[in-house]
Design a protein around this ligand. Structure first.
Ligand SMILES: C[S@@+](CC[C@H](N)C(=O)[O-])C[C@H]1O[C@@H](n2cnc3c(N)ncnc32)[C@H](O)[C@@H]1O
Length: 272
């Protein structure tokens, strides 16, 4: 099932590769849930779905709690009259001002489908600032939301930094991490850069947290761009390269393609 949100880096297109590599276990933990493509396309008995974006978790919680009632409420925003720039900007302003969580969740979904490229971007004061998307007829993902609501009976949603989420893992859990990609411009070393607010330090921290969990018998699968520094960081894991051939533009100039890596940290393979 496709996620109901448009989300940068969503893993739906490589879901079969991920499913193949994910070990079995009781509960799946996703510290970087995003649109939750992995949650929606796996069959664990239970899930801990986390992200540090409070809007995404607020939306998931409303859908979980209210199901079809919330879906119907959201659908009322998807009308031709609401698909014009002026209305979009009014709703965006309302979203940024409201203290009503249910309204904010519904408007977040509206903006995800009516905003430019489904982007999710805030300014330094936390104000959502994505421009209008000019789509002919934005799709209302009713079927996908119903599936999510049904599936979320076995899920707990958490707004937290990945480090906090990973500390909650216990034997019997499996962890799947999909952090913001390491930038492709950093082909030779990590040096000082950060993308999507995720720094080199955090990438390194994630690598050691994965090793730490693997040592306790909790397997961790991480996906990322298959660049040399990433492969060095994951050297104790069993790495599989996926030929994604995403079209990329480096430094605004040359075009090329890139592969992704799936790194599986496990007690045995890491020699721990
Ligand atoms: C590549 S996306 C995940 C895509 C997801 N696997 C999917 O299929 O849609 C990365 C996610 O990590 C979240 N994120 C970024 N920094 C984080 C952090 N420090 N802790 C937890 N989540 C973080 C972002 O909000 C984003 O949703």
């Amino acid at each position: 099932m496709k996620p109901f949100l448009k989300w940068a880096g969503n893993k739906y297109r490589i879901i079969n590769h991920i499913r193949e590599k994910l070990p079995s276990g009781e509960r799946l933990i996703e510290p970087f849930a995003g649109a939750s493509a992995v949650f929606l396309n796996t069959e664990y008995a239970s899930y801990l779905i986390a992200d540090n974006n409070p809007d995404i978790i607020n939306l998931y919680r409303h859908l979980q709690r209210e199901g079809i009632l919330f879906i119907r409420y959201c659908s009322t925003l998807f009308t031709p009259e609401n698909n014009v720039q002026e209305r979009y900007l009014t709703y965006r302003e309302e979203f940024n001002a409201t203290g009503n969580r249910r309204r904010r969740a519904a408007l977040f979904l509206y903006m995800n489908r009516h905003g430019f490229n489904g982007l999710c971007r805030y300014n330094s004061s936390g104000v959502f600032n994505v421009p209008f998307g000019k789509y002919r007829k934005p799709y209302f993902p009713e079927k996908e939301m119903c599936y999510f609501a049904e599936k979320s009976r076995n899920a707990v949603f958490l707004c937290a930094d990945f480090a906090t989420t990973m500390k909650k893992a216990r034997p019997g859990d499996v962890v799947y991490c999909d952090p913001p990609y390491v930038p492709l411009s950093a082909t030779a070393n990590f040096t000082a850069y950060s993308a999507g607010g995720f720094s080199e330090e955090q990438q390194v921290h994630l690598g050691s947290a994965a090793l730490h969990l693997a040592a306790r018998g909790i397997p961790v699968l991480i996906s990322n761009n298959a660049t040399p520094p990433v492969l060095a960081l994951y050297r104790k894991a069993v790495c599989t390269i996926i030929p994604v051939r995403r079209s990329i533009s480096c430094d605004g100039g040359s075009r090329g393609s890139v592969n992704e890596v799936l790194a599986l940290f496990q007690q045995e393979s890491a020699g721990l």
